[in-house]
Design a protein. Structure first.
Lengths: 283, 424
């Protein structure tokens, strides 16, 4: 969107002012993410740039907080728990969500809107309310402070994402392919894995990534229903920030930023591949 | 042959399928089969969500008005009180049953459960109950009425008994009343609590205006950026989109802790401001652990939720409309305000409801950087769940919040549709 040649001086000024405003907003968006990465290499236990860091003196930088993180049994335990819970709940959310999305995309689905609203609701209801409900209910059936309890809760939180992404892919899905496959003698299972799955894979994978990051990042429910044995990385960070914030947290935060960059790139690659397959090539 | 017959109209004038059955029936049957099949696919997840999510929430809502403690500990007394007309003092039978069950409760050490419940309405009930329960050990035979009045003259007060009658009934609105700073007085009328105890109405208002403010902030910041992204060449806008998506994908705790790093009094922003001489070193402004911290942190966290729907709406607005308005003589501002902005209303609406719903129930950011003045309603729900252990009040506050959010979700559904939520 260039400036039209007929633009007056005022319009030109506004054009550049507008760009500066947008630049500032982008700066506001990205600075908090960027600023913690160099600070996590701070040699001193401070949260601000030391003189050595600003002059790029190597003495101002160190890996000691990363070392502390890697040598800490508690953090490693947290990582293990986070991944156990995230992988199990992603698997459950993806399988349940994909099957349900197939059902929701059938043309004769009765009560479609009501069912959809119910299935999406875990994403809409504030986490504190879900946490409150689960805190009372899960403890009454013996599920609080257990892995299955947290996995159930995180699965419920992850499924809306899978439903949304998979139904979106199914919008362009040609139902005659299923009939063709049945016609050629494939049973429903074969049809699902050989015909449907490869076509909706991008939606399934991005849904799974969303479910995964939701579980990895989730803190409110874990805070209320996890026992001491289920401490996850976010929970450890949360209590760390509340009690005394140490630069180890910044090291963990930088690693998490790295993780989100990896996930974001994966999603972007899937999206591009998807567009290429559908014949929409970005200019 | 069946096939041959179906080609010619049958005697009863009904269209028939190949197998000779009426076509309508066949269609209905196959429709029913298709519906059942679709439902069966959705059933596993539906049941899962019902069990792991909907049931716990229903349980919480039930807890907000159902409080059977007195009935559980003093079952016969509760039943007798239910039948009693509540006029004057109850008959000896109720005194006797109450004395027997209270002594029993004292042995089981759960007098506290009963007295705590009554204590909400009648301060001092705790000592009345525990004292009476202890002294009842010395009374082994009736009549109990004079004996109990002897122990504490409050038992001769008709008001105490009418409170007990009301509280013994398991369904109560008392927790909803305390969630909005009201209470039942001893006579059973609804009245405001003492002004120094009024916190929740203020808290609801604060949650409301802060959510509105955050929503407005995200519109103000999100609109220019979305417009830029929607109108740049795809390659550039994809690159800039990373600046929106990366924060969106980054852990909430990472973003919250980096705001601590930036805003705290020895933090990056204050250092910059001091270096440039805007503030003196001993006069660093407090920008975190108060309302400002909560507003800045939450605006940053929720901004992508405004930009993404707004961007997808703006992407669909043809640029020719704006050019047409210009060529018809509108100046740039008029063209933009009267032609472009109205077309973005669906995006602003969707984004606003999304941001508002998310911010009204936000817990983590206010808890970490809100200090005491930046706490929202959800922080008090957590407080009553973990510290004060008044679970019924937590449930009542949660239910009020839940109804507000569900109402907004319903509107959102009507406006945009739940499946229209765009991700990434």
């Amino acid at each position: 969107m260039g400036i039209p040649i007929y633009a007056g001086r005022l319009e030109r000024t506004w054009y550049y002012t507008y760009r500066v405003i947008c630049g500032l907003i982008f700066f506001f968006l990205i600075t908090p993410i960027v600023v913690i990465v160099p600070l996590s290499f701070n040699a001193e236990p401070y949260f601000t740039f030391t003189r050595e860091m600003l002059t790029l003196d190597p003495a101002g930088f160190s890996l000691r907080w990363y070392q502390e993180f890697l040598n800490s049994e508690q953090w490693m335990e947290g990582i293990k728990n986070t991944f156990i819970i995230a992988i199990a709940s992603t698997f459950l959310a993806t399988s349940l969500g994909t099957i349900a999305a197939l059902g929701l995309s059938k043309p004769y689905m009765p009560y479609k809107n009501a069912i959809m609203a119910l299935l999406i609701s875990p994403m809409v209801v504030p986490l504190i309310i879900s946490a409150a409900g689960m805190y009372f209910f899960y403890s009454s059936i013996g599920l609080s402070s257990t892995y299955p309890g947290i996995i159930l809760a995180h699965t419920a939180l992850g499924t809306p994402f899978v439903i949304i992404t998979v139904t979106a892919t199914l919008v362009g899905f040609d139902q005659t392919l299923v009939r063709a496959s049945a016609n050629l003698g494939a049973d429903p299972t074969t049809t699902f894995f050989k015909v449907i799955m490869p076509l909706i894979a991008p939606g399934v994978i991005s849904g799974a990534l969303f479910a995964f990051i939701t579980s990895v990042d989730e803190i409110v429910i874990v805070y209320f229903i996890a026992g001491p044995d289920q401490t996850t990385v976010p929970l450890k960070m949360f209590s760390g920030i509340r009690e005394e914030i140490s630069p180890t947290i910044l090291a963990v935060a930088s690693i998490l930023v790295g993780l989100s960059i990896i996930l974001l790139t994966t999603l972007e690659l899937i999206r591009r591949r998807n567009e290429r397959l559908r014949g929409i090539v970005p200019q | 042959m069946a096939q041959h017959e179906s080609a010619t109209p049958a005697a009863d004038d009904v269209m028939r399928a190949a197998d000779g059955k009426p076509l309508k029936d066949s269609l209905r049957r196959s429709m029913r089969r298709a519906k059942t099949k679709a439902l069966l696919l959705v059933a596993p997840l539906g049941l899962f969500i019902l069990f792991s999510f909907a049931l716990p929430i229903a349980d919480m809502v039930k807890r907000s008005f159902y409080s059977p403690e007195i009935q559980n500990v003093l079952p016969e007394t509760a039943e007798l009180l239910g039948d009693w007309d509540g006029d004057g003092l109850p008959p000896e039978q109720i005194y006797a049953t109450f004395a027997k069950e209270l002594a029993q409760a004292d042995e089981n050490r759960n007098v506290g459960v009963v007295s705590q419940r009554v204590n909400y309405v009648m301060p001092g009930a705790r000592s009345l109950f525990s004292g009476t329960a202890r002294k009842l050990g010395n009374v082994d035979s009736g009549p109990y009425k004079p004996a109990m009045i002897e122990i504490d003259e409050d038992w001769g007060d008709p008001e105490v008994w009418s409170i007990l009658k009301r509280e013994a009934y398991p369904i109560t609105m008392a927790y909803y009343l305390s969630a909005v700073d009201l209470r039942y007085n001893a006579a059973g009328e609804i009245e405001a609590v003492a002004s120094y105890m009024q916190i929740y109405q203020k808290l609801f208002w604060r949650t409301l205006w802060m959510s509105v403010l955050i929503t407005v902030m995200t519109i103000l910041l999100g609109f220019p950026v979305s417009y830029l992204l929607a109108n740049l060449p795809v390659r550039t806008s994809n690159l800039l989109m990373i600046l929106v998506l990366l924060p969106f994908w980054t852990s909430l705790l990472v973003r919250t802790s980096s705001w601590i790093v930036i805003l705290q009094s020895e933090g990056v922003l204050n250092d910059v401001l001091v270096t440039f001489g805007i503030f003196s070193n001993d006069n660093r402004p407090q920008m975190i652990y108060n309302k400002i911290g909560t507003i800045v942190g939450m605006t940053h966290i929720l901004l992508p939720f405004m930009i993404l729907p707004l961007y997808s709406v703006m992407k669909g607005i043809p640029p020719s409309y704006l050019r047409a308005a210009r060529s018809l003589g509108a100046n740039p501002v008029v063209a933009f305000v009267r032609v472009y902005v109205p077309q973005t209303i669906p995006g602003i609406g969707a984004g606003s409801i999304l941001v508002f719903i998310l911010s009204i129930g936000y817990y983590i950011t206010p808890a970490l950087i809100g200090g005491s003045s930046g706490q929202l309603i959800s922080n008090f729900i957590a407080y009553h769940m973990q510290q004060s252990l008044n679970w019924h009040l937590a449930a009542a506050l949660g239910s009020i919040l839940l109804f507000v959010v569900l109402g907004l979700y319903y509107i959102y559904n009507k406006l945009v549709g739940a499946d229209a939520l765009k991700l990434g």
